[in-house]
Design a protein around this ligand. Structure first.
Ligand SMILES: [Zn+2]
Ligand SMILES: [Zn+2]
Length: 828
């Protein structure tokens, strides 16, 4: 019977028939390929029944089962074993790894009775093994080869190479040739080692549990498998059973493994018990155990314990210091790390340092911003050639980045011969933290050209850089890429997406990302709450907060900053005080400066300026410029110039060169028609050489950023843009717009003032965006200063006239103009 004859048996598994054909074309022996196809047919069609029989029958007669299931006439005698083995091979190719093992274990049970008498079984396995390994060898040779090899060496080789498939063939060979029983500890240990090293821990455990005799090596092997998979609690449990059930004593390797598990889980109690055992048994005198102990104490935040072990016998070597420094760095205990580092530099000569030491020391230097020591280590690293090491290279880049030495960092980075995604992400992150957003985005193009695959941290860094420079276009294309490669399910990427969208004015998109997240952490919730507040959408922010409470997510310090700003946006004074005085205390969060500043903003916005001032004076906390400026801004909006003047004096006392405050003060005087005072302020500014920062606005049109300066004639299309502004202003004047000339500081005639006003950077940017985008498309503009009253009013009229949504982000907040009004309700 050929392959075509069994087509019907495959049923719905048409895709698998392709596999069978592939097997046929690959195999040198057509008979073997047909067996393989048949085996598949049996497997896919009757898998449950066959498995059921394997489990239920005590003595197994696979041949009968299989032949009964086979359609049509088939000469079984000749190929029965080949069929079984190839079927097993097919099963091995399937993702459920437990099936081949349960098959092997069943074979093992029946092996003693029936299978051992079957001729040619070892032979079949041998041929199969070699065939699978790609050897084109005759059967006789194969048999001789496999029988003469040291099985344990073969198993160890398979385990070290993580070649589970070959290992399983040897396992099968052991079963069939009856070389393995439950009492043969050494072979059994090799098998447990094979499965656990190859990552099939459940199969390893099955074998382990079935062993009648176990020695210390057996226990150690299975524990190493669990440790490798990060199942620390399992390791500790096994150690307990080993002592209790088998009455065996842990050796130094087992003790070190248990200590590592304690380190990973932060189990100080258990770790200390191990320490006690180590002292009693004398195992602490092994350097290996001492290092594990030091690491355990430092990972469990017990710096004192770590130092005690560090200073005990035997003498500490570089590995001890590596352990303790690594632990302290992970814990973020920099003070202690610094102390240990000093001690290490006395005790261990630089020649003894290895690459791990260098990574640790550079890590300490970066976090402590100790550039001097960092440079010393770097130059030593260069001399000894450890610098070529990938991890040392990344650590050097990271150290310079953390110390803010951007050009040095780049030099080191460019000289590195090997870079992986960690190195690239280290430099991108350094650019982000030093606010070199554009550099980060540019460098990423090179990373792409280098075909380095970015990880979730890379994407998070890039998105945050986009947020930093409000690069909507770049941010959106990254967003699309992240969706495509399925990276968005990482919480850190999701959070960065929310941040990017909300900073770029895409608050609806931020909400979509938030709603579709698989796992939200406290940062996700906070980003959404503060994002809504930032956009002036107080109601939405408070709704998200309610959902957060329903979802039983514990709010943090930052959460309440967002919640209180939302109350500010909505002018809900009582609710704000409720959160501050009751709810925060309920959650055990001590209110800080940011929260109190929100309350000042809340009172100020509601026009309760005196109350706001009293609140500030009654709280004995060190108020900063931001808080006083919040109140000053409110005085400006509510036209309380008397109080405004007093507050401005306080701000200027704290920060004499504060341009924003000088301008606000000048504006207040102008609005009160105190032109003499305006002149005073301007004199003061001139005296102190305080210059008004030039107003800049920018907008992105098809991934190109266009920057506009007030009264700008630099832009290529400046004539057209000025015409467009003029035309827009004429049209909105007809609908009621009146220029607010008070916004203008220049000492010029009114008509000229109006002219200056007309060409403020944000008006130019809005006009240009209107020219270049299709009707109905939203317009996004960013401004480096506070948006002036006149541009704010003009933008409202323009949004109604052109039926467009205009989103302007100024230095304080987002303004979303729609149909003649702004989301900030004219308070900013
Ligand atoms: Zn303006
Ligand atoms: Zn506004």
């Amino acid at each position: 019977m050929g392959l075509t004859g069994i087509g019907g048996v495959f049923g719905d598994h048409l895709g698998d028939i392709k596999w069978a054909f592939a097997a046929k074309s690959q195999a040198s022996d057509p008979m073997q390929a047909e067996c393989s196809a048949l085996a598949m047919a049996i497997y896919f069609n009757q898998v449950q029944q066959i498995e059921y029989l394997w489990i239920e029958t005590d003595s197994l007669n696979l041949c009968n089962i299989i032949s009964n299931r086979l359609p049509g006439p088939w000469n079984w005698k000749a190929t029965k074993w080949q069929t079984i083995l190839l079927m097993w091979d097919v099963i091995c190719k399937l993702p459920q790894s437990s099936q081949p093992l349960s098959f092997l274990l069943k074979l093992e049970n029946s092996a003693e009775k029936e299978l051992r008498h079957w001729e040619g079984t070892v032979f079949s396995f041998s041929v199969l093994a070699l065939w699978l390994q790609g050897h084109n060898t005759s059967a006789t040779v194969a048999r001789v080869v496999l029988n003469s090899m040291d099985i344990r060496k073969l198993l160890k080789a398979s385990a070290d190479a993580k070649n589970l498939k070959f290992g399983k063939i040897i396992h099968a060979h052991l079963i069939i040739s009856n070389q393995i029983s439950r009492d043969r500890v050494i072979e059994r240990n090799s098998l447990v080692n094979l499965y656990s090293k190859c990552g099939d821990i459940s199969s390893a455990r099955l074998l382990f549990d079935k062993m009648r005799k176990k020695n210390v090596v057996t226990w150690g092997t299975i524990m190493a498998g669990y440790l490798q998979r990060g199942c620390a609690s399992e390791v500790i449990e096994l150690c307990r059973n080993m002592v209790k059930v088998n009455k065996l004593c842990p050796n130094k390797y087992i003790l070190a493994m248990v200590l590592s598990s304690c380190s990973n889980c932060g189990l100080l109690d258990e770790g200390q018990q191990c320490h006690g055992y180590g002292l009693k048994s004398g195992l602490v005198f092994y350097q290996y155990v001492k290092n594990a102990l030091v690491y355990m104490y430092s990972m469990c935040s017990d710096a004192k314990g770590a130092m005690q072990v560090l200073n005990s016998a035997p003498k500490s070597d570089i590995c001890t210091y590596n352990s303790v420094l690594n632990g302290l760095l992970v814990q973020g205990d920099l003070a202690e790390a610094w102390y240990v580092l000093r001690e290490m530099m006395v005790e261990c000569k630089y020649d003894e340092w290895d690459s791990i030491t260098c990574v640790n020391v550079l890590g300490v230097c970066g976090r402590l911003k100790d550039l001097i020591l960092g440079r010393q280590v770097h130059s030593r690293v260069m001399k000894t050639g450890v610098g070529c090491d990938l991890f040392v290279g990344s650590a050097t880049v990271d150290m310079y980045g953390k110390c803010g030495e951007i050009s040095c960092m780049r030099k080191v980075f460019d000289r590195l011969q090997t870079k992986n995604e960690v190195t690239w992400t280290a430099i991108l992150t350094a650019y982000l933290h030093n606010e070199c957003f554009e550099e980060a985005l540019k460098l990423f193009l090179e990373m792409d050209l280098d075909s380095v695959v970015p990880n979730e941290y890379t994407f998070s860094t890039l998105l945050n850089s986009c947020a930093g420079m409000t690069a909507v276009g770049y941010g959106n294309s990254l967003h699309a890429r992240i969706e495509k490669i399925g990276m968005k399910d990482h919480t850190i990427v999701g959070n960065a997406l929310i941040h990017m969208c909300s900073r770029c004015g895409l608050i609806e998109d931020a909400n979509t990302v938030f709603k579709n997240m698989l796992h939200r952490d406290v940062i996700s919730w906070n980003l959404m709450i503060t994002g809504y507040s930032y956009h002036g959408l107080g109601e939405e922010a408070l709704n998200v907060f309610q959902q957060m409470l329903v979802a039983k997510q514990q709010p943090s310090y930052v959460t309440f900053v967002g919640v209180l700003s939302a109350c500010g946006v909505l002018g809900r004074v009582a609710e704000g005080f409720y959160y501050l005085n009751d709810m925060m205390r309920e959650f055990g969060i001590e209110p800080g400066l940011e929260h109190y500043t929100c309350i000042v903003g809340l009172l100020a916005r509601a026009g309760r300026l005196d109350e706001a001032e009293n609140f500030m004076r009654s709280k004995p906390i060190p108020w900063d410029v931001v808080a006083w400026r919040t109140l000053l801004n409110a005085c400006h909006v509510h036209k309380n110039y008397g109080l405004g003047k007093r507050i401005a004096d306080i701000v200027l006392h704290m920060n004499p060169n504060d341009v924003g405050t000088c301008i606000l003060m000048s504006n207040m005087h102008a609005k009160a028609n105190r032109w003499d005072k305006v002149v005073d302020v301007r004199m003061l500014m001139r005296e102190k050489h305080i210059k008004k920062e030039p107003g800049l606005s920018w907008t992105e049109i098809r991934n190109d950023t266009h920057v506009f300066v007030s009264d700008d004639n630099e832009h290529l299309e400046s004539v057209l843009i000025h015409q467009k502004v003029k035309q827009l202003l004429a049209e909105i004047r007809a609908t009621g717009y009146v220029p607010d000339i008070v916004s203008e500081l220049h000492d010029v005639e009114e008509e000229q003032k109006e002219d200056h006003l007309s060409y403020h950077s944000e008006k130019l940017a809005i006009a240009y965006a209107l020219m270049k985008t299709p009707p109905g498309a939203p317009i996004r503009v960013i401004k480096n200063l506070r948006m002036c009253d006149d541009c704010h009013s003009a933008a409202k009229f323009i949004s109604k006239l052109t039926n467009r949504r205009i989103i302007v982000r100024d230095v304080n907040r987002f303004h979303s103009f729609r149909d003649g009004s702004c989301s900030c309700a004219d308070y900013w």
